[in-house]
Write a protein that binds this ligand. Sequence first.
Ligand SMILES: CCCCCCCCCC(=O)SCCNC(=O)CCNC(=O)[C@H](O)C(C)(C)COP(=O)(O)OP(=O)(O)OC[C@H]1O[C@@H](n2cnc3c(N)ncnc32)[C@H](O)[C@@H]1OP(=O)(O)O
Length: 164
Amino acid sequence: MPTPNAQWAGSDFQEPPRTTGGVALCGACRAAGACRLGVDKERLGADGVAWFELACPRSQEGGPNVAHGGWTASVMDECLGHLPLLNRVLSVTAELTVSFVKPVPVERPVQVRAWVERREGSRWYIAGEMTLLPGGAVLARASGVWVTRDPGHFARHEAWLAEQ
Ligand SMILES: CCCCCCCCCC(=O)SCCNC(=O)CCNC(=O)[C@H](O)C(C)(C)COP(=O)(O)OP(=O)(O)OC[C@H]1O[C@@H](n2cnc3c(N)ncnc32)[C@H](O)[C@@H]1OP(=O)(O)O
């Protein structure tokens, strides 16, 4: 069986390692020491809205000078999914819908905002949008469902996988 990234050792899912810009790092990004999607800054506002500053790396170019759509979808998944984490809640994406409104230029500052639309039991309904800085033109919108999990989620998955 493949072994997980050693960066998970001793990991507390509610308190992941963060960059100096406050960006919580996932497994592979912990090893890299930076968010490979290009997220530079992350913060939770007093109003509960999460803000992210980023730029699409050249390595994620799809069409000429614009982001691959998979990068945009990944960023929306990542940023919207950080909202429960910023509230010290571990969750996983159950559903994600992305509207690609305009091509996203590579290596240009963009901003993502994410907010909770509603909560129902273990489900967080979260929406967000990506805008071009400094003007604020909307480039993408996303909404989805995140389901809260206890820390045993990944261990249960490993046990399930061993039986497949
Ligand atoms: C950055 C720092 C890193 C920090 C830690 C790493 C976080 C990593 C986050 C991810 O990796 S997200 C990756 C992509 N997503 C996944 O891998 C999730 C895969 N899917 C699952 O694990 C399960 O399908 C899921 C947990 C979403 C639901 O499993 P179950 O259906 O067995 O759970 P359960 O039956 O307990 O359902 C929980 C609740 O969610 C509801 N639910 C499940 N799927 C749903 C869905 N698709 N839409 C709406 N609701 C849904 C379900 O009805 C139920 O509602 P109630 O509590 O009211 O009964």
